[in-house]
Unconditional design. Structure first.
Length: 277
């Protein structure tokens, strides 16, 4: 069995509030409002521009870039590559969320092209999406991860090897979401057990996590930003579920908790496990 040790998440939210970085998000219209409000709740400033003629200049003025492949269109495909190239040339941290690469050859081929050309520092997806991106078979249902692809003791060591190879090959941190979230870099593997099933019943929460993590890239390393992002979102979800009386109020309380949670609370409530390499 892989050795496990608890790890403390680094406090990043207070730094983010002081810095108030501009985060450029090119994302889908289904979640764009929640991504913007989530960023505002944690202290960042969102801009959601996607016209191909303006994204280079906007990305150049931002402190981080988030790319989301959900509900893809020709215009956003063009804009994402322009913005991603600008971010790479200007050393602006970039996260790509591989939404739907399991159900669309177009998105998979585009994701491979984007990663190869734009070199994002975080590659995010659910377990089915990241497995597929690694060339493995997966059991996705649309954009949702298949139950067979979730992390468990029987597949943990194989997943560590597979995702570590991807991290080394792309020089990126791999952020994999599921019942247990997983963060894999060249140096370490982290598991996060915060969260609630309610998060999977509200559309756009994964997109929000991508936006939040992109914001935290402005005040931490890719691994630190990914760890803080998943812990914050998981804890906010847990508290929102305890305070709400259905999915409508859960939605509202989730934004409330993202706003009100402090670094001290996130650090003390984080269920983060470190697996030595």
């Amino acid at each position: 069995m892989t050795e496990r040790m608890t790890k403390t998440v680094l406090p990043l939210k207070e730094q983010l509030i002081k810095k108030q970085p501009l985060v450029h998000c090119i994302t889908n219209p289904i979640s764009i409002n929640d991504c913007a409000n989530g960023l505002l709740a944690v202290g960042a400033r969102p801009i959601m521009a996607e016209h191909p003629a303006e994204v280079a200049g906007i990305t150049a003025s931002a402190k981080a870039l988030m790319i989301n492949l959900g509900n893809i269109t020709d215009v956003r495909m063009s804009s994402m590559l322009i913005a991603g190239t600008q971010a790479h040339q200007n050393e602006i941290p970039c996260l790509i969320d591989l939404v739907g690469v399991t159900c669309s050859e177009l998105r998979m081929n585009y994701a491979i092209r984007f990663v190869n050309n734009c070199h994002p520092c975080v590659i995010k997806g659910n377990f089915s999406e990241i497995l597929a991106f690694c060339g493995r078979s997966s059991h996705a249902a649309g954009i949702d991860a298949g139950e067979e692809d979730q992390l468990c003791e029987n597949n943990l060591e194989d997943r560590i090897r597979l995702f570590h190879d991807l991290a080394v090959r792309t020089d990126a941190v791999i952020l994999i979401t599921g019942r247990t979230d997983m963060i894999v870099s060249r140096e370490e593997v982290l598991l996060c057990d915060n969260g609630t099933p309610a998060l999977s019943r509200l559309t756009g929460t994964g997109c929000m996590l991508g936006a939040l993590t992109a914001a935290f890239l402005t005040v931490g390393t890719p691994a630190e930003a990914s760890a803080y992002g998943v812990c914050l979102m998981g804890i906010a979800g847990e508290q929102a579920a305890a305070l709400s009386h259905g999915m409508g109020s859960f939605h509202t309380e989730l934004i409330n908790r993202l706003d009100l949670l402090t670094d001290h609370e996130v650090c003390s409530l984080a269920k983060l496990i470190f697996l030595p390499q």
